[in-house]
Write a protein that binds this ligand. Structure first.
Ligand code: ATP
Length: 399
């Protein structure tokens, strides 16, 4: 048995590039790491001057406990840096990063490594978002529907995030290729997405940029949510609070209070636009705040898009898209199935306090027969098929 027992510390100590490299271990519900080890990092104020020194000091350090057959536990120090991986094909480009497939030379395990250019990040003042992404992924690293962050390290030029590889790419590209997804496929992918969103929310994370491009698919065609650079980290619920939540969820009569569901942090009202135009919630546009229901608005847009093949609010430019969103100006294509239509209508509600909540979404007719929780992640993915709009409604052409 071998397990990483973790190191602490933060990444990318901003402009001085005095970054801390870490091997990450998901936290327990209390926010504590399962075990502790001395974090090893670039000392504050000391910036390595040579490539060799970066190799040494920029590497992630993990402390592993290895249980031998005789039952004795040995401690192993593992260092991971750029030289420990073979870099392969480019998987995607973000605004501030390139994501590359990579293989751990020692274990031959494949990962996706997100490579961020330090100078660019500092110049564009995005250090805060890099840290948010890392801290969020560390908090959420224990759910099958969320990409896991294994190591972070750096060299002179770049920061590296070693992540779960999602070799089947973006859900978006399948929707685009097929034109739409049928109800069975939409139910399967949206149920997994909802399960991942529920996990985020109960762990105090609002994603704030959910869109089909950020819903990736692993080798078994199971959902892996990515891109937490716009996330909002709420205070971590205590173990007792999490246990109480789980208990409440078991109680059929439970209906979460509206104020709890919103959890708006007034100090964090966003003055700038967060997210992607088509999926941004009306409350962000009008009142400049995003809360847990804002993720459910985006979820409603994704559900609609899976079946219709295009997002509900789309116009020639961002301004017109925003106008459509705040006016709730969208239509269902003829033939859009009734249960999905009803659920979308309950999700795309302008007032976030009146929007359907996760417990009720799970009980909605659209998800009839779906068992949420661990069982959901053992189900075989359905064969990808487009929605048949011709069924009973005559010929329908998506614009
Ligand atoms: P954005 O500009 O949208 O904020 P970003 O800079 O945060 O993007 P990501 O969204 O994390 O970058 O990644 C860019 C693209 O790389 C993704 O859309 C996806 O196609 C690909 N990608 C990211 N992570 C992975 C992964 N773990 N496995 C496979 N492909 C990935």
């Amino acid at each position: 048995m071998e397990r990483t027992v973790g190191t602490g510390g933060g990444l990318a100590a901003a402009a001085a590039a005095a970054a801390t490299a870490t091997a990450t271990t998901p936290t327990t519900p209390t926010g504590a790491r399962p075990n502790s080890a001395t974090p090893r990092s670039v000392e504050p104020g000391h910036i390595p001057s040579s490539s060799a020194e970066w190799q040494e000091r920029g590497a992630a350090v993990a402390v592993r406990e290895v249980s031998g057959e005789d039952g004795n536990v040995q401690i192993r120090i593992i260092r991971k840096g750029v030289k420990d991986f073979t870099f392969g094909r480019v998987l995607g480009e973000g605004s501030y990063s390139t994501v590359v497939a990579a293989t751990d030379r020692q274990t031959l395990r494949e990962y996706a490594i997100k490579v961020l250019d330090k100078r660019h990040i500092i110049k564009e003042k995005k250090v805060k978002y890099v840290n948010i992404e890392k801290n969020t992924l560390n908090r959420l690293g224990d759910h099958p529907g969320i990409v896991r962050l294994y190591y972070t390290f750096q060299d002179e030029r770049s920061l590296y995030f070693v992540l779960d590889l999602a070799p089947n790419g973006e859900l978006f590209s399948f929707v685009k290729k097929l034109g739409s997804l049928n109800e069975e496929c939409t139910q399967y992918y949206c149920a997994q997405l909802l399960d991942a969103v529920e996990y985020m929310h109960t762990h105090g994370v609002i994603h704030r940029d959910l869109k089909p491009e950020n819903v990736l698919l692993d080798s078994n065609m199971r959902v892996k949510v990515t891109d937490f650079g716009s996330a909002k980290l709420l205070p971590m619920p205590s173990a007792d609070e999490l246990a109480a939540l789980a208990q409440k969820r078991d109680d059929d009569d439970h209906r979460p209070r509206r104020a709890d569901a919103l959890e708006i942090d007034e100090s964090e009202r966003a003055n700038s636009f967060v997210g992607t135009a088509e999926y941004v919630s009306p409350e962000l546009l009008t009142d400049k705040f995003a809360s847990k229901p804002s993720d459910l608005w985006a979820f409603g847009c994704i559900l609609y898009q899976c079946i219709a093949g295009r997002p509900p609010f789309k116009a020639a430019n961002e301004f017109q898209t925003f106008q459509k969103i705040t006016a709730l100006n969208y239509v269902f294509p003829p033939g859009f199935p009734a249960a999905a239509r009803d659920l979308v209508k309950r999700l795309l509600v302008l007032d976030p306090t009146k929007r359907i909540q996760i417990d009720d979404i799970k009980r909605h007719d659209f998800f009839k027969g779906i068992e949420f929780g661990p069982a959901l992640w053992k189900r075989k993915a359905p064969r990808l098929q487009p929605f048949n709009f011709r069924q009973g409604v005559g010929h329908y052409v998506l614009k």
